[in-house]
Design a protein around this ligand. Structure first.
Ligand code: DQA
Length: 146
């Protein structure tokens, strides 16, 4: 059995489904979690899915992943554009990381075009809605088999 993939979600993503649906759609975070578990089962992966509105909590989870997870899928939400601390935490644990955004951040306001995280991750999925999480898991399955 391989180690789990940790799927982390940042602030306001608990409001998915009712939050700016024109941008983020009508799926709830529980729907995204269910999709991730279903895909992980198909791929033979184990996943842990979490969300927090507290930056220190997210950093603690990233640190704990070092010894217990095979990789991280992260949607840092607004912290993508503000947090050197999350970038440093991800760099410190030396795990493969895939950054996911539901929306295409490059099509939106200019302040969303810069990510502190992108420079230290394997790759970025943006604009594919919840399918971005599924694609990230597909890539982890490919990596872990290879
Ligand atoms: C987001 C994009 C961010 O700019 C925004 O702050 C979010 C969600 C996305 O999934 O599209 O909260 O990460």
């Amino acid at each position: 059995m391989t180690l789990p993939i940790l799927i982390l979600n940042g602030p306001n993503l608990n409001l998915l489904g009712t939050r700016e649906p024109a941008t983020y759609g009508y799926e709830t975070l529980a729907d995204v979690e269910a999709l991730c578990h279903a895909r992980a089962d198909e791929l033979g992966l184990q996943v842990e899915f979490r969300q927090t509105n507290h930056e220190g909590q997210l950093i603690d989870w990233i640190h704990q992943a070092r010894s217990r997870c095979a990789g991280i899928v992260i949607n840092p939400a607004a912290w993508t554009h503000t947090s050197v601390a999350i970038r440093d935490a991800l760099a410190a644990v030396e795990l493969p990381v895939i950054e996911v955004h539901l929306s295409n951040v490059h099509k939106r306001e200019e302040f969303r075009h810069h990510s502190f995280v992108s420079g230290i991750v394997l790759g970025v999925m943006a604009g594919f809605g919840s399918n971005g999480y599924r694609l990230a898991l597909d890539h982890f399955a490919h990596l872990l088999r290879g």
